[in-house]
Design a protein around this ligand. Sequence first.
Ligand code: GLU
Length: 504
Amino acid sequence: MSHLVRVRFAPSPTGPLHLGGLRTALYNYLFAKKHRGTFILRIEDTDKKRFVSNSESYILETLKWCRIEPDEGVGYGGPYSPYYQSKRGNIYHYYINKLLKKGKAYYAFDTDYDLNIKRKEYKKRGLTFSYNYRNRIELNNSLTMTKEELHNKLQSCSSYVIRFRVEPGEILKMHDIIRGNIIVYTNELDDKILLKSNGMATYHLANTIDDHIMKITHVLRGEEWLPSMSLHILLYKAFGWSIPNFAHLPLILRKDGKGKISKRNVDSLDFPIFPIQWKVPDTGIIIPGYRELGYFTESFVNMLALLGWNPGVKKEIFSLQELIHLFSLERIKKSGVFFDIKKANWFNKKYLNKKQEEIFSFLCKELKKRSILHKYKEDYLWKVIHIIIDRIHFVHEVWNHSFYFFIPPNSFEKNFLKKIIHKNIIDRLENEKIVISNVNVFTSVNLKFLFQNNKKRKIIMQLFRLALVGVLKGVDIFIIFEMLGKKESIQRIEKLIKEIKKKI
Ligand code: GLU
């Protein structure tokens, strides 16, 4: 394959992109870059009814955040402008006339009312109505009209559609790079509408014409478009155009077995579905995306790339450049893939080590907010980061996992406190405080050694944790001691003693 590879991502502006849509964009991007080809963004906005404002800027911003920007298309320009289908109406009209002249398309005047009656009639007989070669002759269309009759009809009738005329009796042999050979009998197809009564091209017509004009070599799109492939191929044939390569990508499924993920079920999912935040136009409600939730671009894109594609090597962490290098359509899975948020978090964790500077500045901000940043040397902050980094998945989690290295607890876990409140506990704490005070070289190793054979070790450790952290959480208690130093540690133990005394 050469630099002539041209692929397009062709979303409809019907709302924000979800994980599936973005993965389609990503695979198009990876494939284009792998073959030094061109990645195009085309906005398929022929369906005005489903238009949602802000979708386009959302798509552009998402691609930018993921660092998979188009080479050509909406927002980027290029030789085949405009890249909005709504602005290409004259092109579609020019080509539909060609199909009409060739007898591959025809005018249909049936009203919705007529068609509904037909549907009902068929239903009564246990059949499903479809506008096709079997019944089109009896329906209200130009197939049985003379030129003159048609002319008159067009003059008098303001509303019509143009349908594709499927030739029956053909065995259509198609090839999908991921799914292999597919056979469709044209007898099973219906005569789809190509031009709607409002004069707008349908998705099928606009999509095939644009893919041809824009010299698209590979159509990589979601599996939901597989049923349209036969019509698209018939359209290419009808025009006499060469057929691009097709690859239909597997669906991304919900782990709970409730089908594919989609914008519609965003509320019922326990994981985010949008890459970046989406402001719902009607309500103004903001739904956070992966970006806002603290996922790194690199880990998110890495995760998404492996959601349906097997790199063929025993490794999971890849830079964008590595993904480009390894990417191949042949290793895309056929069957649906399950999305697992835990895996997405795992990926983020894997990238944390490379993001230590970000963690550092986040921590500084938290300390500044509390006006205590000046108290700490950089070195101390770095130590804290290295101690807790294994426990976090996101930069913003640093504070929840490290606050006790900076501020003493202002309350103590109530349930535990209730359990242990009695006089002996005060004596025990006083004792251990003396033990701790006597340690000259205040290191975690020395402290650990002191307590290792203590029979009451478990409860003592819990008491220490309560004193130093406030809750029964945190890293190794002796490391906390060492980091806080003797003075601060003793002060915290004394505070706990006071608190218990108050409660007795
Ligand atoms: N406009 C279609 C969509 O919104 C694109 C289908 C295709 O790529 O052919 O998904």
